[in-house]
Ligand binder design. Structure first.
Ligand code: XIL
Length: 375
């Protein structure tokens, strides 16, 4: 079997798309509202209070060191939803990367904390092919390679995994990202993960069918990141959704990661995209929201431009009527995944500062942008 997963699936097109993204200018390097003004900052409401009035979940992530981080200081007050950053990923839960052996202890610890603090938990993620060893155990690939019937072997492994996990977390997790990032990062094709090489797009549909069988009561989501919401790739994603819905594949919603890394996604395109989701009778959540402040370095006040960007995406989502939740990929600027991945871990790209609270847990203008967008 050709091994082409993850970052190694980058090619010339990927690099040119990446360069295009890097040189594009942010859509707004100005700001219309001054979210540092007293009229906003005197508001003592918490995010949770405002979100609950709109019946949407407002969430953050819990890392495996959640007890020592700022998570416990902020979460009970501001958030009513938590996504486990890594510890529900198949590769992380598989002790020693072995198929069928699980260590749920860290995930269970996080979930118990969330239950005590009345937070719902978003399950992230059942099937994700991008990072062998992390997003799924290496042994999956070894077993497929050895098998005389790779298709059946993979289906058995996927089914067993989905049943085991959904059975363990039954009653604790009400919404799952069943499949994460099915598309290649650049380009408009499904990513060449092992799962795809063996089963084609059937691996996606099969995962949803297994999940519905294993637990009929949970919501099933397809989660993806978009740099553009109306390009060939976004349209290919919508076509996949249509196919799933018309074939009766049990899908409830779409997870939009909405990491803003190089420049902002156009709000007009975003509106088009969520209208398509609505027309299919599906709902959506913003699942991994973070907006790098650095992309606004040319604005007079980058923190205000960042706040405006948060305001627009949250407002458009809430106004759509089909947005069930908004989750930020971190709490405060002292910890963000960007600080650990290239190119954002390089000096040139830092500080990333993509979140709502600063390192000392002061509320940034971004916080007030989100608060006001939900009102
Ligand atoms: C990231 C985590 O934040 C990092 O700690 C980890 O090293 C890699 O994964 N899209 C996703 C998330 O669906 O699971 C990723 O989380 C960020 C991008």
């Amino acid at each position: 079997m050709k091994k082409k997963s993850g970052i190694s699936s980058f090619n010339y097109n990927s690099i040119s798309s990446l360069l295009k993204l890097m040189i594009e200018k942010p859509h707004s390097n100005k700001y219309e509202n001054d979210f540092s003004d007293d009229k906003y900052t005197s508001d003592k409401s918490t995010l949770k209070q405002i979100a609950e009035k709109k019946h949407i979940y407002i969430g953050t992530i819990a890392s495996n060191n959640f007890k020592e981080s700022n998570f416990c200081k902020v979460t009970p007050k501001h958030f009513n939803s938590v996504t486990v950053e890594n510890e529900l990923k198949w590769g992380h839960m598989s002790s020693k990367n072995i198929v069928g052996e699980y260590d749920f202890s860290t995930a269970d610890e996080i979930i118990n904390y969330c239950k005590e603090h009345n937070c719902r938990i978003r399950g992230h993620v059942l099937v994700w092919g991008r990072v062998p060893g992390k997003s799924y155990p290496i042994e999956v690939d070894e077993l497929i390679q050895k098998s005389n019937n790779p298709k059946e072997t993979l289906k058995e492994i996927l089914k067993e995994h989905i049943y085991t996990v959904l059975n363990h977390f039954h009653g604790s997790i009400d919404t799952w990202d069943v499949v994460n990032e099915p598309f290649e990062v650049f380009g408009h094709k499904l990513a060449p993960y092992s799962f795809y090489e063996i089963l084609g797009k059937e691996y996606i549909k099969y995962a949803f069918k297994c999940a519905r069988e294993a637990d009929p009561y949970i919501k099933l989501y397809l989660n993806e990141q978009f740099f553009y919401y109306r390009d060939k790739r976004a349209k290919a994603f919508i076509e996949l959704l249509k196919e799933m819905v018309y074939e009766g594949i049990p899908i409830d919603g779409v997870g939009l990661q909405h990491h803003v890394m190089f420049n902002e996604q156009s709000i007009e395109d975003f509106k088009w995209f969520i209208e398509e989701i609505k027309n299919l009778g599906l709902e959506f959540e913003i699942t991994e929201l973070d907006i790098r402040e650095k992309i606004f370095k040319k604005a007079k006040k980058p923190a205000l431009a960042q706040a405006e960007s948060y305001y627009k995406i949250v407002k458009t989502s809430v106004d759509s009527g089909i947005c069930k939740g908004i989750t930020f990929w971190g709490i405060d600027d002292s910890y963000t995944w960007y600080d650990y991945i290239p190119p954002f871990n390089m000096k040139l790209y830092k500080p990333n500062n993509p979140l709502l609270f600063d390192e000392k847990l002061n509320k940034k203008p971004a916080y007030y942008g989100v608060l006001n967008a939900m009102k």
